[in-house]
Write a new protein. Structure first.
Length: 478
C-alpha cells in the first residue's frame, strides 16, 4: 500500500518536475523546447516568427531545409515558391543538441537518428534546422521510413514502386502487372498483333499539325529506331527509354553536386535552363555528357565535353530566374570538332519562328528524374508524355495567375504526367511528321505532381532569333 501511495505522489508531481517546457518524446525523435520563442514542434520558424514552407523552390531547385545559398546565414522561404514570390527570412537558431531534463536530474541529448527510425537497413540523416530526418533507402525499398518493399521484375531487371503498373510478355502471353504490397500481381490481357502504329495524338477535338512540305531529309530531330520483332507503341507515364530514343539529351554536371539536363541543337551548342547556371559556375566546373543512358555512367556510346562558354539572354536576371529561363552552352572542340553524330548522339530540331502546336497536343519530356520532390531519382533515362495546356487556363488565379508570362508554356495537369519526371533544362519535345522539335525547356512549377499545378516550360519559339544569332555568329578574326 505504501508503494502505491508513493507512486501516486510521484505521478501527481511529475508535471512540476518536467514543467510545461518539455514534451514526452518517442524514441529517436528530436525534442521541441517551448522556451525557444521561434520554434514550434515539427516546424521551422524565421527570426521574425514566420513559418518556413518546405519544400520550397529557389533557383529552380527544390529544397527541404534551410539553405546557405546566396547568404552565409541559413535562410528559408515563407512560401513554397521563392523564385516567384521572393519572400523569405533567416532561420531561427537552434541548439544542435536539445537539452531535456528527466526525473533523475540528468541532462540527455536527443537526436532523431540516435535510434535509427529507418527500416530495412535504411540510413538516417538528420536535417539541419528542422526537428526531422530523412531516410536513404537501399535498392528495393521506398517510403518515408523505407518501409515499403518494391517489386523486382526479373524480365525488365528493375524495381517498381507500390501501385506502379507495367506490361510484359511472359511465356508467350501479354500480361498487365501491378506492384501490390511488394508482390507482383499479373493478369493476361487480350491483344491483336498489327503492323499499324496508332499515333499518340489521335484524340477527339485535338487537331493535328499541318504536314510540312516535302523537302530535304531532316538532319535533326530523328530518333534511332531499334529493330523490334513486334511493332509497339510508346509506353507513356514515366518509363525507361530505349537507348537512342532521345539522342539530343545532354547530362550537365555542375560543380560537386548540381545536375541539370540540356539539349543538343547543333554540333557545338547545347540549350538548357538559365537557372542551372545562376551561381555563375567556373567553366572548369562544368562537364557535359552526351549519349548517356544511365545516370553518371559513361560507356562506348557516350562522349564527354568541356565547356568553352555559356551565354544568357540579356533579359535574364539571377534575382528572378524563372523569367527568360534559357541559356546557350558552347562545347569545347576536340581535334578541331565538337559532336560527331552517332545513333545515340544527334541534335533536336529548333522550331521555326511562329511555330505552334495545338492545345492538348501530347508532347514528350525526358530526363533522369533527379529533380523529383523527395524522390530517389532514376538510374536510367526516363520518358513521359505531357499535354499542352491552354495559356489562359494556366494563368487562372488558382493555378499560377500572372506569374506565367507569354514566354512560358504549361503542360501536364490532366492526363500524362508532371514535369518532375524530367530534369531542369530538359526538353519538352513535340513531334511533327515524325521529327522532334524543342518546343519548351523544363523550367519550374510548384512542388511536383501537385493537383492542379502543371509544369512550366520556357517557350523556345520566343527566343529563336536570339538563339540563331548566337549559334550562327561568325568568330571574330584578328
Amino acid at each position: 500500500m505504501q508503494t502505491f501511495i508513493m507512486a501516486y505522489i510521484i505521478l501527481l508531481f511529475l508535471p512540476c518536475v518536467f514543467s510545461a517546457q518539455v514534451r514526452i518524446l518517442m524514441p529517436g525523435y528530436e525534442a521541441a523546447i517551448s522556451k525557444e520563442p521561434h520554434r514550434e514542434s515539427g516546424k521551422v520558424l524565421t527570426t521574425t516568427g514566420k513559418e518556413c514552407k518546405f519544400p520550397f523552390r529557389q533557383g529552380g531547385r527544390i529544397h527541404h531545409h534551410c539553405i546557405t545559398i546566396l547568404f552565409s546565414r541559413p535562410w528559408c522561404s515563407i512560401t513554397h515558391n521563392f523564385d516567384r514570390d521572393r519572400r523569405g527570412g533567416f532561420c531561427a537558431p537552434e541548439k544542435t543538441q536539445s537539452d531535456v531534463f528527466v526525473h533523475t536530474s540528468r541532462r540527455v541529448t536527443v537526436n532523431p537518428c540516435q535510434v535509427n527510425p529507418c527500416q530495412n537497413r535504411g540510413v538516417c540523416t538528420q536535417i539541419p534546422y528542422r526537428h526531422s530526418f530523412e531516410c536513404s533507402c537501399p535498392e528495393g525499398f521506398s517510403g518515408r521510413l523505407c518501409e515499403q518493399k518494391k517489386c523486382y521484375e526479373t524480365i525488365h531487371l528493375r524495381y517498381y514502386d507500390i501501385g506502379e503498373s507495367w506490361g510484359r510478355i511472359h511465356l508467350r502471353n501479354v500480361e498487365q502487372c501491378t506492384c501490390v504490397a511488394g508482390e507482383i500481381k499479373c493478369e493476361r490481357v487480350r491483344y491483336t498483333i498489327s503492323r499499324r502504329i496508332i499515333p499518340m495524338n489521335v484524340l477527339p477535338g485535338v487537331k493535328k499539325p499541318k504536314p510540312s512540305k516535302p523537302g530535304k531529309k531532316p538532319v535533326c530531330g530523328k530518333k534511332h529506331k531499334k529493330r523490334l520483332s513486334v511493332p509497339r507503341g510508346r509506353i507513356m507515364g514515366g518509363t525507361s527509354a530505349l537507348p537512342g530514343t532521345h539522342p539530343w539529351m545532354a547530362a550537365l554536371y555542375i560543380g560537386q553536386s548540381d545536375f541539370c539536363a540540356g539539349n543538343l541543337v547543333s554540333s557545338c551548342w547545347i540549350v538548357s535552363a538559365a537557372h542551372c547556371f545562376f551561381r555563375n559556375p567556373l567553366l572548369s566546373q562544368i562537364r557535359v555528357v552526351l549519349g548517356q543512358q544511365r545516370f553518371n555512367v559513361t560507356d562506348s556510346n557516350t562522349k564527354t565535353f568541356g565547356v568553352e562558354k555559356y551565354i544568357f539572354p540579356k533579359q535574364f536576371s539571377v534575382f528572378n530566374p524563372t523569367l527568360h529561363d534559357i541559356v546557350l552552352i558552347k562545347l569545347k572542340k576536340q581535334d578541331g570538332k565538337c559532336v560527331r553524330k552517332t545513333p545515340f548522339i544527334r541534335p533536336i530540331c529548333l522550331p521555326d519562328k511562329g511555330m505552334t502546336f495545338p492545345d492538348n497536343y501530347c508532347c514528350t519530356i525526358s530526363g533522369w528524374g533527379h529533380m523529383h520532390e523527395k524522390a530517389e531519382g532514376y538510374s536510367s533515362l526516363q520518358e513521359a508524355g505531357v499535354r499542352l495546356i491552354p495559356h489562359e487556363s494556366c494563368r487562372k488565379p488558382d493555378v499560377f495567375g500572372n506569374h506565367v508570362t507569354n514566354d512560358m508554356i504549361c503542360a501536364g495537369l490532366n492526363g500524362c504526367v508532371d514535369a518532375c519526371q524530367g530534369d531542369s533544362g530538359g526538353p519538352l519535345a513535340c513531334a511533327k511528321d515524325d521529327v522532334s522539335f524543342l518546343y519548351g525547356i523544363i523550367s519550374w512549377g510548384e512542388g511536383c505532381g501537385r493537383y492542379g499545378k502543371p509544369g512550366v516550360y520556357t517557350k523556345v519559339v520566343n527566343y529563336i532569333d536570339w538563339i540563331n544569332s548566337v549559334i550562327r555568329r561568325k568568330p571574330k578574326t584578328s
